[in-house]
Design a binder for this molecule. Structure first.
Ligand code: GLV
Length: 316
């Protein structure tokens, strides 16, 4: 029987595909990420790994897996896979899989929540209330920006970006989108800078890669309207956090809603101190239903590869 390690406890029912295939996985009883050395050892000792985005599956881990002669699949319980060296995996014939689709609506909900919460200064207002600083209803207090009638610029036209666009239409927003390839759909803007200049709200829905690292840098932030709101539920490194903090401090950007950070779980101290921010701890897909489906999908991918079948969600 193949040996599979699941690097954390997952929601109840998440392991069902493995159990149904007669595979009793080894589940680590603790919730902290494995060190590189621990992951390398696990890669050498198991046929399949179910990992999280906080597990760094780098070339050393994959080489250890190849040397051990057993490892055939690493299933990421995430749609993003920037934590895995996919090229090294390919070089060693190890299949990588991810979990697209099942988290689309949940993540789009959170992105839209950040659009609303940042536009309406919800965290600032709530912090004042909790801190005993709310003295009276005030006609000038906590004046946010309406999303209704505003232009939303979506960067990326994948599943999640399109799901955010559907929500935005229900809220009466004008929706633009940018993608590297023309989408042929209404609202397409070929030039990212033009989209940034025209949008009242910008929401990022692109994977992290060499070409998207610091895509939103100081120059691009300067292109945005001083009344604009930036929302990031993609990956932290897509935005230059320090430049964002400076733009907020200097009032060159109205507000930001973030779920992801450059060096998670550390948040840039200047961003923590910056005004008009809503900051969440990477919870885009965090619903019971979705996290269960993500774990099941990862386990089903492992079962398929270990049975010699093509997995449902290979990363290529
Ligand atoms: C979460 O960030 C994911 O990539 O699934």
């Amino acid at each position: 029987m193949p040996s599979v390690l699941v690097t954390r406890h997952v929601p109840d029912g998440g392991l069902d595909p493995l159990l149904a295939a007669g595979i009793e996985p080894v589940v680590r009883p603790v919730d902290d990420p494995l060190t590189g050395a621990e992951l390398a050892q696990a890669a050498a000792e198991h046929d399949g790994l179910v990992v999280l985005l906080t597990d760094r599956v780098d070339a050393d881990v994959l080489v250890a897996g190849a040397r051990g002669g057993r490892l055939r699949v690493v299933a990421n319980v995430a749609v993003g896979y920037d934590n895995i060296d996919v090229a090294a995996a390919r070089a060693h014939g190890i299949t990588i899989t991810n979990t697209p689709g099942v988290l689309t609506e949940t993540t789009a909900d959170l992105a839209f929540m950040l659009i609303l919460a940042a536009s309406r200064l919800c965290s600032t207002a709530e912090a004042d209330l909790r801190g005993g600083r709310w003295e009276s209803w005030s006609i000038l207090g906590y004046l946010g920006r309406d999303v209704s009638g505003a232009t939303l610029g979506i960067v990326g036209h994948g599943r999640i970006g399109r799901a955010v666009a559907r929500r935005a239409e229900g809220f009466g927003m004008n929706v633009l989108h940018h993608a590297r390839q023309p989408t042929g759909e209404p609202g397409y803007v070929a030039d990212l800078d033009v989209l940034l200049e025209q949008s009242d709200v910008v929401s990022l829905h692109i994977p992290l890669g060499p070409e998207t690292r610091h895509l939103i840098d100081a120059d691009r932030l300067r292109r945005m309207k001083p009344t604009a709101v930036l929302v990031n539920t993609a990956r932290g490194q897509v935005v230059d956090e320090e430049a964002l903090a400076v733009a907020l401090e200097e009032g060159r950007l109205f507000a930001a809603g973030l779920d992801v950070y450059e060096h998670e779980p550390v948040v840039h101290p200047r961003l923590l101190a910056a005004p008009r921010t809503v900051l969440l701890p990477h919870i885009g897909s965090a619903s019971v239903e979705t996290r269960t489906l993500m774990a099941r999908m990862a386990c089903a991918n492992v079962v398929a590869v270990l049975a010699g079948d093509r997995p449902l969600n290979p990363v290529t």
